[in-house]
Design a protein. Structure first.
Length: 104
């Protein structure tokens, strides 16, 4: 996968709502999405939703990834987004991207 494939305009993504559970059996009607152990690059931002999230994704792909010794690895991206008290259209977000260190 090209590094930019994850962020290309119009690229397809699976979207899941998730919760952590400690149950040993998955409740009926739910699926399991395994998240393999590994390194994650974590980015934070706050601002008008969804514009601030789109800007953060673009900056990660265009600026952060090319300038750091990491590349994407298989695994889901995890986004935690929630409204802020500052404004009803604002969001506080954390984006977790699975990465592996390159030999550079």
């Amino acid at each position: 996968m090209r590094q930019s494939d994850r962020f290309d305009e119009g690229s397809e993504r699976d979207y899941h709502h998730a919760v952590l559970i400690s149950a040993t059996e998955v409740p009926e009607g739910l699926d399991v999405l395994d998240c393999p152990a590994g390194a994650w690059a974590v980015f934070e931002n706050a601002g008008p939703f969804p514009q601030a999230l789109r800007q953060m994704r673009g900056e990660v792909a265009a600026q952060w990834m090319p300038s750091h010794p990491y590349e994407y690895r298989p695994g889901p991206e995890i986004l935690r987004s929630r409204p802020t008290q500052d404004a009803p259209t604002w969001s506080d977000a954390h984006l977790w991207i699975p990465v592996t260190r390159t030999s550079v």
